[in-house]
Design a protein around this ligand. Structure first.
Ligand code: HEC
Length: 123
């Protein structure tokens, strides 16, 4: 290879590496973004989902039905991460389905926190 060709190849490789670094940095920024506070619109949608979809089993006021009641007194002592896991992955061998294709980890976490605080769909 001629020195010129080697230089060009090195430049091409450097550019490629740089673009890889930029892509990685951009997706890292996105990952941070996804940790940002949920929008009011999305929170409204989640409230609706809990009432309508979760409510079909847990009751529209979350007092229980086919699924157990999800009021703060029922969830006492159950860690938020345990509830989040139940929502995302469901419970095998029970009617509780996994929601991971419809809800993000952050959204399932938010719902769990709201449930424990009695701030969601229970009025
Ligand atoms: C098809 C019925 C059904 C639907 C729909 C459903 N659940 Fe459930 N869920 C259940 C059942 C049944 C259980 C109890 C599972 C068991 O026996 O451990 C349960 C358990 C749970 C628990 C654990 C409660 C505890 O005390 O440990 C949480 C939290 C929960 N569901 C949240 C949700 C949320 C949030 C939604 C909507 C995104 C939802 N569920 C939709 C049937 C359902």
């Amino acid at each position: 290879m001629s020195p010129l060709k080697i230089t060009l190849v090195s430049i091409a490789m450097a550019t490629h590496l740089l673009s890889l670094t930029l892509v990685t940095a951009a997706s890292a920024a996105n990952a941070v973004d996804s940790k940002a506070e949920l929008s009011q619109t999305r929170k409204g949608q989640l409230n609706h989902i809990v009432k309508q979809d979760c409510g079909s089993c847990h009751g529209m006021t979350l007092k229980g039905g086919l699924g157990p009641a999800l009021l703060p007194e029922n969830l006492e002592g159950k860690p938020v991460l345990f509830l989040q896991h139940t929502i995302l992955y469901g419970r095998k061998g029970t009617a509780m389905p996994p929601w991971k294709t419809l809800l993000t980890e952050q959204e399932a976490l938010w719902i769990s926190q709201q449930l424990k605080a009695g701030k969601i769909a229970n009025k």
